[in-house]
Write a new protein. Structure first.
Length: 326
């Protein structure tokens, strides 16, 4: 796979018929490449890795070993969805690793955003390597590399954190989506029967909620981020904003303010809502959320999320702000 240029004759995958044709071609190619050997895949539950998993399950079934690492920094319900879709529905050979305590222990007291990112990335590689060494007969490593990754990072999908595996494992890469754009990956995912909530999942940073629990990660603020994010996503879906807004999420900073609840004084965290639209992520504009909806979301978050007494809406475009806070 030395050629990193998308074939000029390749038709853009925009319909189910084209997706079905692509799937048929890739299933044959994967069977030829892999034979009767085993393939290892880090299955995050994101769009790219999920589509690769579904494609490989169709091609080689139980020869694929999926490893899902729950580091405690995923959105509400995501680890459960991965298990339900892949193990229960698609009957995948899925290894679920509960590494929550391990990751949160490593991150305790670390406030610098770059240090947090490096710890999360490095620890993921260690956990994945440990699981890889437990498996017998693995000769291939599947990755959710897509064409923009090749163009932007010379074929290394760094945010999946599998590029740092030790050389002695000597895996041959399997990258069936390497010439597809993100919109094409979604069409293929739908054709493979993956749920819309997985196929159309929002962009999500590699360190997950670790960069939305601002400053040093604490369990109470991490849960506040997870719960408030779930409320925001639920309300956006109910009010038709799910497909309209490119990315929306909550963040919880590491400071408290005075408030009042049930007639008593509180000292609790604020939740920051961010909702942006962009074409290329280089610049971003702010989505104008209807004021009544903002009030409703605020009411739900302050009533339902423990340890929170304020909700703020970030009105800063990019530039001068970035999309994420860290």
């Amino acid at each position: 796979m030395e050629n990193n240029k998308r074939p000029e004759s390749m038709v853009r995958i925009t319909t189910k018929a084209l997706a079905d044709s692509f799937i048929q071609e890739q299933v044959a190619a994967l069977k030829k490449q892999v034979g009767n050997k085993k393939v290892l895949l880090a299955l995050s539950g994101g769009v790219d890795s999920s589509v690769v998993a579904a494609l490989l399950i169709k091609a080689i079934g139980k020869q694929l070993v999926c490893v899902h690492v729950n580091h405690g920094l995923l959105r509400k319900g995501e680890p459960e969805q991965v298990v339900e879709v892949f193990r229960n529905q698609m009957k995948a050979n899925l290894v679920y690793v509960d590494a929550v305590e391990r990751f949160l222990g490593k991150l305790e007291g670390v406030s610098d955003p770059e240090k947090k990112r490096k710890i999360i990335g490095a620890e993921f590689i260690r956990v994945f390597e440990e699981e890889a060494r437990k498996q017998d007969g693995i000769e291939f490593l599947a990755q959710g590399t897509i064409y923009p990754d090749i163009v932007e990072s010379k074929g290394v999908k760094a945010h999946h954190n599998v590029g740092g595996l030790p050389d002695d494992l000597k895996f041959e890469l399997v990258e069936p989506l390497r010439f597809l754009y993100k919109d094409e990956v979604r069409v293929v995912g739908t054709a493979l029967g993956l749920p819309d909530s997985m196929v159309h999942r929002q962009p999500f940073p590699g360190p997950g909620l670790g960069v939305r629990c601002l400053g040093a990660i604490t369990r109470d603020r991490l849960e506040a981020v997870r719960e408030s994010d779930a409320i925001l996503r639920e309300e956006f879906a109910k009010h038709g904003l799910e497909g309209k807004v490119w990315q929306y999420f909550t963040a919880v900073p590491d400071f408290k303010s005075v408030g009042v609840k049930d007639g008593a004084r509180t000292f609790a965290y604020p939740v920051i809502i961010r909702a942006v639209n962009t074409v290329d992520a280089m610049t971003a504009t702010i989505e104008e959320i209807p004021y009544e909806l903002l009030k409703h979301i605020t009411s739900r978050i302050t009533k339902e999320v423990k340890g929170v007494n304020r909700v703020l809406y970030d009105l800063t475009p990019k530039p001068s702000g970035t999309i994420e806070w860290e």
